[in-house]
Design a protein around this ligand. Structure first.
Ligand SMILES: [Zn+2]
Ligand SMILES: [Zn+2]
Length: 345
């Protein structure tokens, strides 16, 4: 990911072959690769992916000094809840796939919550994920585990790439092409652009609460570690596992052109994201579980927002459409296959 939130890296370098011409007649490329962009990606990787790992190691080492108490556990859970909701309900279901409509205030609130996860600014995240749906498990997918060759070595290399290593350096999707709806929303980008501020807020809040509850600097430190860095580390690996393991292992109840899988056992931990085959089959659906008995806290939040009048226009797929794509209804109709996984925007 790039650490800029909504940085419009849309310019085409001189002499680089454009891939398409936009409505205004300007030549454009779908992705951008430049030393400047790669420098930002490396910096983001070190700050937001390696630092939480080091923080987690420090938190575990401190357990030898003093065991954690209820405050640290409560901070870890509360901050995990807020940030995973920001990612799956805000970044993913609302802004990437427009699976429902939210009031501007709710959209901004979810942007702040998602930014605190430290997984990239909203516009970059959305552009990368829309490209993932466009190219899933084919050339151009930023994080497929299935393009590194066969055999055990190829599988392991693919898993390592899709889980973590792709973030060090990758083709940056042109946000002018992939997220024009977001960059046209000035109110939203004004919030999204403060990505670093929101990440810091996500670290400052548990630090403050930890310090105030224990009235000690040590409490502030453990608040920072458990509610901040450990929480970021845990959530990152949860989301990255969707990219890596759930494009490799799990069940496949629906026809889809890529190798996405469901991992129902992780449904609560991932806030419903682990219904990943369901999601690729019906990217426009606000529910990833699709049925009430498949646990999906993400859709529970959306229904709560809807009951409060903050969300509307839930694009729930019809039972007939769901039945048509089911592998039990083989073979898939050509229309179902064509639309699979391409409803990213
Ligand atoms: Zn996927
Ligand atoms: Zn998606």
């Amino acid at each position: 990911m790039v650490d800029e939130s909504g940085g419009h890296v849309g310019a085409v370098a001189e002499g680089i072959q454009p891939e398409y011409v936009d409505a205004g007649g300007s030549p454009r490329r779908r992705t951008i690769s430049s030393p400047y962009v790669h420098r930002l990606q490396r910096r983001h990787f070190l700050l937001f992916d390696i630092l939480p790992f080091l923080g987690t190691a420090a938190a575990l080492a401190l357990l030898a000094v003093r065991p954690i108490g209820g405050t640290e556990i409560a901070l870890l859970l509360a901050m995990w809840l807020v940030t995973i909701m920001g990612i799956t309900v805000g970044y993913h279901r609302l802004f990437t796939h427009r699976s429902f409509t939210a009031t501007p205030a709710l959209g901004k609130f979810l942007t702040v919550c998602g930014s605190m996860a430290g997984q990239g600014g909203l516009v970059s995240w959305v552009a990368l994920h829309r490209r993932h749906h466009e190219c899933s498990d084919r050339d151009g997918d930023p994080h497929s585990p299935n393009l590194a060759g066969g055999g055990l070595t190829g599988r392991l290399r693919g898993l390592a790439h899709s889980h973590l290593l792709w973030m060090r350096r990758h083709e940056y999707p042109n946000v002018v092409h992939y997220a024009p709806d977001l960059i046209a929303d000035r109110g939203l980008t004004a919030v999204a652009r403060r990505y670093h501020t929101w990440v810091l807020l996500g670290l400052a809040l548990p630090t403050l609460v930890g310090g105030l509850v224990s009235l000690s600097w040590y409490g502030a430190l453990t608040g920072l570690l458990w509610g901040g860095l450990v929480r970021m580390f845990v959530l990152e690996h949860i989301i990255w596992s969707i990219n890596s393991f759930l494009h490799s292992f799990g069940t496949r109840p629906f026809h889809s052109r890529e190798n996405s899988r469901n991992g129902g056992v992780f449904a609560l931990l991932t806030f419903g994201e682990s219904w990943h085959n369901n999601h690729h089959a019906f990217p426009e659906s606000p529910s990833f579980g699709l049925r009430w008995y498949r646990l999906d806290p993400g859709i529970w939040c959306i229904r709560l927002f809807s009951a409060l009048g903050l969300a509307s226009d839930l694009k729930t797929p019809s039972p007939r459409r769901i039945a048509l794509k089911s592998v039990r209804h083989a073979p898939a109709s050509p229309a179902a296959v064509v639309s699979t996984g391409n409803g990213a925007s």
